[in-house]
Design a protein around this ligand. Structure first.
Ligand SMILES: NC(=O)c1ccc[n+]([C@@H]2O[C@H](COP(=O)([O-])OP(=O)(O)OC[C@H]3O[C@@H](n4cnc5c(N)ncnc54)[C@H](OP(=O)(O)O)[C@@H]3O)[C@@H](O)[C@H]2O)c1
Length: 292
């Protein structure tokens, strides 16, 4: 089984590298921008033809949610047109695609957790561009899986958990928003979910043409997540400072995030018997990854 993974410096690609490192029988080619640039159709076509993967893990994306508000053209090019070209190239070599998408395809007005068939209505440029990518893949390739995830943290790259630990290092209290709810999700658990699909496909039981939600099992607000990070850090002899709750109107950002983007991951669990771990042990694992 040969995989082509895009966005090799990203949190999910690097987590996949970690999860796959001791796995025999799965060859993975990790590509960066220099080999496969989502804004350059020719580089996508060339690399997919050269690697000839069985499955493409589409983990690269324009992920700067605030910056995207000022650069809608670039966000759409990378997150909308890029996946369209990737799906066409996959079609050409008979590859399947697992494409990562986001909770930000929802507007956040629903009361409970979103299931896969809930109506989409992105309110940010980033969310709109990611929805374009989802739709382009569905249209171009039957053998696709769209994996929507949320609030990703890991030992790699930039993420909320690393920002909180860094800011806590200054010793000052932290002000964190309390009126946006979602599911913090370890990129390592997302990588394990992707691997579950790969293994099932190798065994002939993979399901394609599906959209899944794969997120941590607990819904919480950012301030609750920050407090949990501080508690786990303190228990491990690390930094810890008090976390004050503030409303998002006190912490303005360019892009207005959905108030509730909680995801229900029940469908993925039912199909693959895999569930992301609760947030606390997931934080522990990421913390130990940061120390190594
Ligand atoms: N992070 C989250 O909280 C979150 C939440 C929900 C869904 N997701 C989705 O999960 C996926 C992976 O997210 P992540 O957190 O792992 O992302 P990430 O850490 O921000 O990494 C994104 C990667 O994409 C690469 N990239 C950007 N533009 C590119 C282009 N034009 N061509 C090729 N590569 C390009 C970046 O390369 P450079 O290193 O060269 O910039 C980077 O390696 C994305 O589809 C994202 O939309 C993420």
């Amino acid at each position: 089984m040969k995989l082509l993974v895009t966005g090799k410096q990203g949190q999910i690609a690097r987590s996949l590298q970690h999860v796959l490192k001791d796995e025999a029988g799965v060859e993975a080619v990790f590509t960066g921008r220099e080999m496969l640039d989502l804004a350059d159709a020719a580089s996508i076509d060339r690399t997919v033809k050269q690697v000839k993967p069985d499955i493409i893990i589409s983990a690269a994306a324009y992920t700067q949610v605030d910056e995207a508000e000022d650069n809608p053209g670039q966000a759409l090019l990378v997150n909308g047109d890029g996946p369209a070209h990737l799906a066409a190239a996959a079609c050409g070599v008979g590859a399947k695609i697992i494409h990562l998408s986001t909770d930000y395809v929802f507007d956040g007005k629903q009361a409970g957790a979103y299931r896969e068939d809930a109506p989409v209505n992105p309110v940010t440029v980033y969310g709109k561009s990611k929805l374009e990518g989802e739709n382009a893949i569905r249209l171009a390739l039957d053998d696709h899986v769209i994996l929507r995830t949320a609030w990703v943290f890991s030992p790699y790259g930039k993420n909320f958990m690393k920002t909180i630990l860094k800011r806590a290092g200054s010793g000052d209290d932290l002000n964190v928003v309390c009126d946006q709810t979602g599911n913090p999700t370890s990129a390592l658990d997302i990588a394990r979910a992707i691997f579950a699909i790969v293994l099932a496909t190798r065994d002939g039981s993979g399901r394609w043409g599906e959209t899944y939600h794969v997120a941590g099992p607990e819904q919480m607000a950012w301030d609750q997540f920050a407090r949990m990070i501080m508690e786990v850090s303190a228990n491990n002899g690390g930094v810890s400072v008090p976390v004050n709750s503030v409303s998002s109107s006190q912490y303005r950002t360019k892009a207005t995030r959905p108030a509730n983007s909680s995801l229900d991951s029940g469908k993925f669990h039912a199909h693959y018997e895999y569930k992301a771990r609760p947030v606390r042990p997931a934080i522990e694992e990421v913390l130990s990854g940061l120390k190594n």
